[in-house]
Design a protein around this ligand. Structure first.
Ligand SMILES: [Zn+2]
Length: 431
């Protein structure tokens, strides 16, 4: 066999280009909105078998999950349950070494939104101008194609490997990943290092944001508007909560900085933490003083504070309100967690395998990938926080993820495949 040089791998990936693109497009064409991952997972299962991996799959068991400190019931679990939504793991084991590499990606995608906003059908996987278009093209079916293709390449070339590779396609990342990445780890699929090819634009995402979803409900006293003095408007009261949350957000944003977020996107300065008031509703009739109103929020923040730290600040604002407002004294705002309740995480930047991956990437790309992150919640947090497995996101160049006309750059998919193939070879090199 020819010597396994970076040049050799680059050529082999280039020869495989059409099949890498084809796989990404096939994955995009199967809609797999969070909660409805089943069909796409069957496809992945068949594909992993076809390339000669041992394949295991399982549906998450909420009873096993619920005792874990990082567990929270996701909204897709509440809506769909976990039946028919398996996690799929392809296993390549050779030699006797205990070394184990995890390649993990999520199969679920967010809804496409109104179809009129799309240039091409979001489930078409249309190729145009060196890019693949579609919902999930970047986030993260191209990445899944990269990791599957990298392992297929290792098989095709019969590269000598001593150790184990796990190729994982997991569910519900968009909804918190509890039944996906966390479930696989709890099930025992663990390793020395994990790479997660989210659309990182060929940089490394080394930090995951803390994320908390919550709602605040406020009671009023209903009355007919012909006697408005009898009522107390829950909507008016909710605006006091709104103002208090805006104040909290302003204070936090003034004080919290995270260089890894700002370094990669200078526009994030001042937005490293952010409290989004995403939904608001209340009342039930134009001529009734409203008896109920609520708002739903997502607060995100970089490593440095725990979920509890942040919750204390929110609750303090609410209790201040209760002290300054007579109605709130007897009817305090009600706080409730409504989904994500995730601690932030941060990869140790001195990790030797991260250094190795970074060296390979620098040589292939001709530049050093930047260390970024801290404003999105990622599955890597389960690996790092809960199982002490160093875990990094590294994936292709994408545009408009979660938006209209999401797309991914084909050249970058090839680069990711090349870099991950080389990393597999260096880390698990046998004789
Ligand atoms: Zn993603």
């Amino acid at each position: 066999m020819e010597a396994v040089t970076p040049e050799f791998i680059r050529r082999k990936v280039e020869e495989k280009k059409n099949s890498i693109i084809k796989l990404a497009r096939e994955l995009i064409r199967i809609p797999s909105i969070t909660g409805e991952e089943g069909e796409a997972q069957s496809f992945v299962r068949d594909k992993l078998k076809e390339i000669g991996l041992k394949v295991e799959s399982f549906e998450p068991d909420p009873r096993e999950l619920s005792s874990h400190p990082s567990y929270f019931p996701t909204s897709s679990y509440t809506k769909y349950g976990y039946a028919g939504r398996p996690n799929v793991i392809g296993i390549l084991r050779e030699g006797t070494s205990e070394k184990k590499l995890i390649l993990n990606g999520h199969i679920d995608v967010v809804p496409p939104g109104s179809l009129g906003g799309w240039r091409y059908d979001p489930w078409s996987g249309e190729v145009s101008g060196g890019r693949i278009y579609g919902r999930g093209a970047g986030d993260m079916k191209a990445g899944l194609s990269s990791i599957i293709s990298a392992v297929e390449l290792v098989r095709d070339l019969e590269l000598p490997i001593d150790g184990t590779i796990l190729v994982e396609s997991t569910i519900e990342e968009e909804d918190g990943g509890v039944g996906g990445a966390l479930a696989t780890l709890l099930k025992g699929y663990r390793g020395d290092f994990s790479i997660n090819p989210e659309p990182t634009n060929l940089d490394f995402w080394i930090a995951s944001a803390g994320v908390l979803y919550f709602k605040i409900g406020v009671k009023g006293r209903p009355s007919h508007v012909m006697e408005p003095y009898r009522g107390v408007s829950a909507i008016d009261k909710l605006f006091l909560v709104y103002k208090a949350l805006k104040m909290l957000d302003k204070e936090r944003r003034k004080n919290i900085r995270f260089k890894y977020a700002e370094r990669c996107d200078p526009n994030l300065k001042g937005y490293e933490t952010f409290l989004n008031i995403g939904m608001i509703s209340g009342g039930n009739w134009p001529s009734t003083v409203p008896d109920w109103a609520e708002l739903h929020c997502r607060i995100g923040w970089p490593p440095g504070e725990s979920v509890e730290d942040v919750e204390v600040q929110i609750k303090e604002k609410l209790s201040n309100l209760a002290e300054s407002d007579d109605w709130f004294k007897d009817n305090p705002p009600e706080y409730e967690v409504t989904g994500w309740r995730a601690e932030p995480s941060m990869l140790n930047l001195k990790d030797l395998l991260l250094r190795e991956l970074s060296n390979i990437a620098s040589k292939v790309l001709g530049r050093s990938p930047r260390f970024c992150g801290g404003t999105a919640g990622l599955d890597t947090r389960f690996f790092i926080n809960d199982f002490k497995i160093p875990s990094v996101c590294f994936g292709p160049v994408a545009s408009n993820i979660h938006g209209f006309n999401e797309s991914v750059e084909i050249d970058s998919i090839l680069k990711v495949t090349e870099i991950i193939s080389l990393f597999i070879y260096r880390f698990l090199k046998g004789s």
